[in-house]
Design a protein around this ligand. Structure first.
Ligand SMILES: [Zn+2]
Length: 128
């Protein structure tokens, strides 16, 4: 895949996968408010830093807010907690078990999910 997702991929693989809601808190979002700080604003978050060059579908999430507001801002400002919740993956963790498709991610409601290569989110047991 190329260096970045196309708007069409963002729309159909992420925005719709998340049910047009923030992956973490479940807040409803508006497609037209990408990058906006208004209510309903959202942005695409890369679990493993963009510079690591991973543009597979499991590596990105739709989060409310921007890099400094909402859940996206929280993830940016709380890297350790974000690693624990799978919302972020350490850039230097390059072994197989840290591939985004294998790192489960937790929503605010305490359910755990795996993001598949095909662009789906699959719930997994908490004890998994
Ligand atoms: Zn949120």
């Amino acid at each position: 895949m190329g260096a970045e997702y196309t708007p069409k991929q963002v729309r159909y693989l992420f925005f719709d996968r998340e049910g047009q809601c923030c992956f973490y808190c479940g807040r409803s979002l508006s497609w037209s408010l990408r990058g906006s700080m208004l209510a309903g604003g959202w942005s695409l978050h890369h679990r493993k830093g963009r510079r690591a060059g991973d543009t597979s579908y499991p590596n990105a999430l739709i989060l409310c807010g921007t890099g400094t507001t909402g859940c996206h801002g929280w993830v940016t400002e709380h890297p350790e907690e974000a690693f624990e919740l799978g919302l972020a993956i350490r850039r230097l963790a390059t072994t197989e078990e840290y591939e985004p498709a294998r790192v489960r991610v937790r929503r605010e409601d305490k359910t755990w999910w795996l993001l598949t290569e095909r662009g789906q989110a699959r719930e997994v047991e908490a004890s998994w």
